[in-house]
Design a protein around this ligand. Structure first.
Ligand code: ADP
Ligand code: MG
Length: 254
C-alpha cells in the first residue's frame, strides 16, 4: 500500500483574475477576482441584473471578456483558439441553463448520448449504455425513449444535467437551474445537484435557493452591480453578512 507523505494542497480549478466586461458603455463586470478550488461548491447570489449570468457564462466562454483572464485547470479560457479547440474546452465544463435547452426532436437517451458520440468519438453503443446509467442516476431510467416534450420541467432539467455529465466534465456550472420550474419540481433537481456535490464535483451555481446554498455550498459569492462584494462560507454569510448590500439582500429575502 502506498501512502503519500503530504496531501496535495487544494488545487485551483477555476481562477478569475481582474475580469472586466462591458456591454457597450455599460460595465457589467467590474474587476472580478475569485477562485474555485477542485471539489468546491460555490453558490453565486445577488440581486437580479447584478451580473451573475454574465459572470458564469464567461467561465465557459459563452461571453467574451474585455480585460483580465480566466483559467480552467491552468488553461487560459480566453486565449485565441480555433472553434474546435473551444468546443473541446467547453465539453470539459458542463453547463446547465435555466431553460434546459434539450433537443426536442431527439429522444431523451439520444439527447444524453449525442455529444459523447459527436464531440468525443465514443461509439454509439458505449454512449447509449452510459446515457442509460446517467439517466438512472438522475431517476429517469424509465424515460429513456420519451421525448423532451413529454416530460415535466423538473424531468427535463434532470435530463439536461445527465447530458452535461455524459461528457465527464470535471466542473459543472449551473445558471438558475430551478428558476423556470414549478415549485413542486424544484426539490428533485436540487437533490440531483446535492448528490453531485456529495460525490465531489466542482460546482459553480447561480441560484436563489438559499436553502441549497446553506446546506451544500462551501462558499458563497455575493455579487451586486458587477462586483463581488463578499465571499464567505454559508454559515458566516447567512448569520453575519458583512457588506451592507449583502445585509439588505438577505433582509429582502425574508
Ligand atoms: P443576472 O444574471 O445577475 O440577473 P445578467 O448577467 O444577466 O444579470 O445581466 C447583468 C446586466 O447586464 C443587466 O443589467 C443586463 O440587462 C445586462 N445585460 C445582460 N446581457 C446583456 C446583453 N447581451 N447586452 C446588453 N446588456 C446585457
Ligand atoms: Mg441571470
Amino acid at each position: 500500500m502506498s501512502t503519500s507523505v503530504s496531501e496535495p494542497k487544494a488545487a485551483t480549478a477555476i481562477r478569475i483574475a481582474d475580469v472586466c466586461k462591458n456591454y457597450g458603455d455599460y460595465q457589467v463586470l467590474k474587476n472580478i477576482n475569485a477562485e474555485v478550488a477542485r471539489g468546491e461548491v460555490v453558490v453565486i447570489c445577488g440581486p437580479s441584473g447584478s451580473g451573475k449570468s454574465t459572470l458564469i457564462r464567461t467561465v465557459n466562454r459563452l461571453e467574451e471578456i474585455n480585460s483580465g483572464g480566466i483559467s480552467f485547470e491552468g488553461q487560459n479560457i480566453h486565449a485565441p483558439m480555433r472553434g474546435s479547440e473551444l468546443n473541446k474546452l467547453r465539453s470539459r465544463i458542463g453547463f446547465v441553463f435555466q431553460s434546459f435547452n434539450l433537443f426536442p426532436h431527439l429522444s431523451v437517451v439520444d439527447n444524453v448520448s449525442m455529444s459523447p458520440i459527436r464531440v468525443k468519438g465514443v461509439s454509439a453503443d458505449v454512449a447509449h449504455d452510459k446515457a442509460l446509467k446517467l439517466l438512472d442516476r438522475v431517476g429517469l431510467a424509465d424515460k429513456a425513449n420519451s421525448y423532451p416534450g413529454q416530460l415535466s420541467g423538473g424531468q427535463q432539467q434532470r435530463v439536461a444535467i445527465a447530458r452535461a455529465l455524459a461528457m465527464e466534465p470535471p466542473v459543472m456550472l449551473f445558471d438558475e437551474p430551478t428558476s423556470a420550474l414549478d415549485p413542486e419540481m424544484v426539490g428533485e433537481v436540487l437533490s440531483v445537484m446535492k448528490s453531485l456535490a456529495a460525490e465531489g464535483m466542482t460546482m459553480l451555481c447561480v441560484t436563489h435557493e438559499m436553502g441549497f446554498a446553506r446546506d451544500v455550498a462551501d462558499r458563497i459569492w455575493f455579487i451586486d452591480a458587477g462586483e463581488i462584494l463578499e465571499t464567505a462560507p454559508p454559515e458566516d454569510f447567512f448569520k453575519n453578512p458583512r457588506h451592507p448590500r449583502a445585509q439588505r439582500f438577505l433582509a429582502d429575502l425574508r
